[in-house]
Design a protein around this ligand. Structure first.
Ligand code: NDP
Length: 284
């Protein structure tokens, strides 16, 4: 039987800490603000944006929402971002993805001032992550590292296998595990003998986007299993990339879906926003 890692519990503890940090800034007359931009009518994006705004409210961060119509041009969006880059009330800028097809996503993300890039998507921040110098933390992987700390799960010296090599999850996850002295392997859709690679993992992170992709025969006894996936199963029920019912008895620790990695991602976005505001204090 595995211990269930509760993202809700870790997230609540982290938000309590953040609330105190925001209050400490406010006591010194320093505000903390997050600008959230949403373009178009994607219903999933709306849910994410609402949750981000709720998270801000909970810890005392001011959120500024910019809901733009679907037909907004890339130039208009970048012009808004330029204004926010120069707005001292705004410590973090978040542009909810995906953007409508006619907008060049890369150009938009690159227009965000790296000092306000709380999603850590800008190439400058990606570079920082690569050299182990974390101005902003990549939110989902950082949330996972926070869970390891909370549950005292050691990473140093452990064999870590990350399945998935996306820029927002797989690659930065590998970097953070490496920074903590894990021995890291990244697998993807062209990996030969995926099952055998996964079986070597003391820590297995699944970020694939395929429902119940990781089955019990891919998991070593006693492994720590982290499920990043957010999918719908054949009955439309929320599920992860791991076949939880089958894998749980073999694992030492496992994250559920929902209630595992998911709640941590927004919390780490808030961490980055507070960090950015704290850097204003240093400049005072
Ligand atoms: P991407 O689609 O960008 O990347 C998926 C990765 O999985 C790719 O690297 C791909 O390999 C690999 N992959 C696909 N099929 C296979 C296969 N058969 N065998 C091995 N590897 C495979 O997804 P993301 O990284 O953005 O997201 C992954 C999952 O995590 C999704 O379910 C997403 O919804 C969820 N997610 C959850 C978050 C949270 O807060 N909990 C945050 C972000 C994402 P290749 O590169 O070769 O194509």
């Amino acid at each position: 039987m595995a211990e269930i890692i509760s993202g809700k519990e870790v997230s609540a503890a982290k938000r309590e800490e953040l609330k105190k940090r925001v209050k400490a800034l406010s006591d010194k007359g320093i505000s903390t603000g997050l600008a959230v931009i949403i373009v178009g009518n994607n219903s999933a994006s709306r849910v994410y944006v609402n949750n981000k705004k709720k998270g801000c409210e909970e810890i005392g961060v001011t959120s500024f929402e910019f809901a733009l119509p679907e037909e907004t041009t890339g130039e208009e969006l970048i012009s808004l971002i330029n204004k926010l880059n120069n707005d001292s009330r705004v410590d973090g800028i978040l542009c909810q993805l995906p953007l409508p097809k006619h907008i060049d996503e890369k150009a938009v993300l690159n227009s965000i001032d790296p000092a306000k890039d709380v999603d850590a998507f800008h190439p400058v921040n990606v570079g920082h992550i690569m050299i182990g110098d974390f101005t902003f933390l990549p939110c989902t992987p950082a949330g996972i590292m926070e869970m390891f700390r909370y549950y005292n799960i050691p990473v140093s010296g452990k064999k870590c296998v990350v399945v998935g090599r996306s820029n927002i999850v797989g690659k930065p996850m590998a970097m953070l595990l490496l920074k903590e002295n894990g021995t890291v392997e990244i697998c993807h859709s062209r990996t030969a003998s995926l099952k055998e690679e996964c079986l070597t993992a003391d820590i297995l992170v699944a970020a694939v986007g395929i429902p119940k992709f990781v089955t019990a025969d891919m998991v070593k006894d006693g492994a720590v299993v982290i499920d990043v996936g957010i999918n719908r199963d054949e009955d439309g029920k929320l599920c992860g990339d791991v076949d939880f019912a089958a894998v749980e008895p073999k694992a030492s620790y496992i994250t559920p879906v929902p209630g595992g990695v998911g709640p941590m991602t927004i919390t780490m976005l808030l961490e980055n926003t507070v960090r950015s505001a704290e850097s204003k204090e240093l400049l005072k």
